[in-house]
Design a protein around this ligand. Structure first.
Ligand code: V47
Length: 378
C-alpha cells in the first residue's frame, strides 16, 4: 500500500516536481479515481504540448516474420519451416518504398523477425536500398532487440553497428523490445532476448550518436503496478543521462494467437490509467503516444485528455497487432485522423518522425517539405 496522497501529488504536479515510485503506485490503485489521475496528467500534457495533437503519415514494413526467438506474447513470429513464414525480396521492399512515397508518407517503420538464415548485411542493406531509392523517406528501423542480434551475428560493438546503420541511411529507432524491464517479468516473457541492461546500453549509445529513439512498455499481461512504475522510472533515469528519447508508447497486450491467450485484454480504464501515469512519471519525455492501432480509436481519442499528445499515423501494412487480434482498421486516412483529433477539441498538427512540422502542397498533398521544429516545454 502506498503512503502518498492525491493532495500531495497534485501539489507536486502543479510545482513541476518529480513523482516517486510510491506516487506512481498510488496513482495505479483502483480506488484512486481515474478522472483525477487523468486531470493531473492533462495539466502536464497541456503544459508540455499545449492544445496540439500530433499525427504523421507513415507505413510499416516487416521484412520477415521468421524469428529465432519465441516470445510468448507475440502472435506475429513464425518458425523457420512454418507455412506462415515469409521473407520479402528486395523488389517487394523497394515497391513498398515507392508506394509509401507516392502516398505522401514521411516515415517507414521497419521491424521484423530475427531470421535464422539472414546475415547482418541483409538487414543493413534493407535500410541502404530504401534510403538510396527514397532519400526523403525517414527510416525508423530496428529495435534494440535487433541491434543486439546483430552483435551476435557480427561480434561488432553496438556503436559500430549503429554507425553502419547511420551510414546506410537509418533515421531513428522505434521503441520496441522494451516489454517490461523488471527481471521478475522479463525472465518469464522473453528471457532469451536482449536483457534490460543491453536495451538501455543500445538506446544510450544511439543517443550519443545523435540517433533519436522511442520507448515502449507492454502492459496488461503478467506484470503488476510495481513492475510498470519501475519500468517508467528506469526510462526516466536513462533520459536524464542520455536525453534522446522522443516518445513513450504504452502498448496494451493483445492475447489472441499468443502463448498467453488465456489472459484478457486490458480494459479501457487500465489503458487510460497507464497513459496518465506514464505522462506523470515521465516528466522528461517530450511526447506520449496513444497508438490507435492497439488502443482502438475511441480510447486513443480519449487518451488525448489523459496525457497523450500523439496518435501515431495513418499506419499502412501493420501486422504485429493485427496478427494478435486487433480489430482496428488497417489504415486511417489523413482526413479521418484530423477529424478524430478535432472531435476531441485538440488541434491536429502533422509532424515528421523527429517532430518537425510537415508542410503539404495544397494542390498535391503527396508533396511536402519540412517546416519548423515543433517546440515542447519540459
Ligand atoms: O516490442 C508484440 C509489442 C512491440 C504484441 O516506436 C505486442 O513509434 C501487444 O514497438 N500485443 C513492437 N503488443 C511495436 C512497437 C511500436 C509500435 C508503435 C510505435 C512504435 C514507435 C513502436 O509490439 C514489441 C512488443 O512489445 N507486441 N506482440 C501483442 N500480442
Amino acid at each position: 500500500m502506498s503512503s502518498s496522497t492525491l493532495a500531495d501529488i497534485r501539489k507536486k504536479v502543479e510545482n513541476g516536481d518529480r513523482l516517486s515510485l510510491d506516487d506512481g503506485l498510488f496513482l495505479y490503485q483502483d480506488d484512486t479515481p481515474l478522472q483525477e489521475v487523468g486531470e493531473l496528467a492533462n495539466i502536464v500534457r497541456e503544459r508540455v504540448n499545449g492544445n496540439v495533437a500530433y499525427y504523421n503519415i507513415n507505413t510499416h514494413l516487416n521484412p520477415t516474420n521468421v524469428c529465432v526467438y519465441r516470445c510468448n506474447f507475440c502472435a506475429f513470429r513464425a518458425d523457420l519451416r512454418s507455412e506462415r513464414g515469409y521473407v520479402m525480396s528486395d523488389e517487394q521492399i523497394l515497391q513498398r518504398g515507392a508506394e509509401a512515397v507516392a502516398n505522401g508518407c514521411t516515415e517507414m517503420h521497419i521491424v521484423g523477425g530475427l531470421h535464422h538464415k539472414k546475415d547482418y548485411d541483409w538487414y543493413v542493406d534493407i535500410v541502404r536500398i530504401l534510403h538510396e531509392a527514397h532519400p526523403t523517406l525517414h527510416l525508423k528501423a530496428w529495435t534494440g532487440v535487433e541491434i543486439n542480434w546483430f552483435e551476435h551475428l557480427t561480434k561488432k560493438s553496438v556503436r559500430e553497428i549503429l554507425e553502419d546503420l547511420q551510414e546506410a541511411g537509418l533515421g531513428s529507432m522505434p521503441g520496441g523490445g522494451a516489454e517490461i524491464f523488471h527481471p521478475e517479468v522479463r525472465d518469464q516473457i522473453c528471457e532469451h532476448k536482449a536483457d534490460t541492461g543491453k536495451w538501455f546500453e543500445i538506446h544510450g549509445t544511439a543517443h550519443e550518436l545523435g540517433i533519436k529513439t522511442n520507448a515502449t512498455m507492454l502492459y496488461g499481461h503478467i506484470e503488476n503496478a510495481f513492475h510498470r512504475v519501475d519500468h517508467l522510472i528506469r526510462l526516466r533515469e536513462q533520459q536524464d543521462k542520455s536525453g534522446g528519447f522522443q516518445t513513450f508508447i504504452p502498448l496494451a497486450f493483445h492475447p489472441e494467437n499468443t502463448g498467453l491467450d488465456h489472459l484478457k485484454k486490458p480494459s479501457a480504464v487500465m489503458d487510460l490509467r497507464t497513459m496518465a501515469v506514464s505522462r506523470l512519471m515521465l516528466d522528461n519525455f517530450p511526447h506520449i503516444k496513444a497508438y490507435w492501432i492497439m488502443l482502438g480509436i475511441g480510447t486513443a481519442q480519449t487518451a488525448l485528455a489523459y496525457g497523450a499528445d500523439d496518435l501515431d499515423g495513418t499506419v499502412r501494412h501493420e501486422l504485429i497487432y493485427h496478427d494478435a487480434g486487433a480489430t482496428t482498421p488497417e489504415e486511417l486516412t489523413v482526413d479521418q485522423l484530423k477529424g478524430l483529433i478535432r472531435e476531441t477539441g485538440r488541434e491536429p498538427v502533422e509532424r515528421d518522425t523527429v517532430y518537425n512540422e510537415v508542410i503539404r502542397d495544397v494542390d498535391n498533398p503527396a508533396e511536402w517539405k519540412i517546416g519548423d521544429a515543433l517546440t515542447v516545454s519540459l
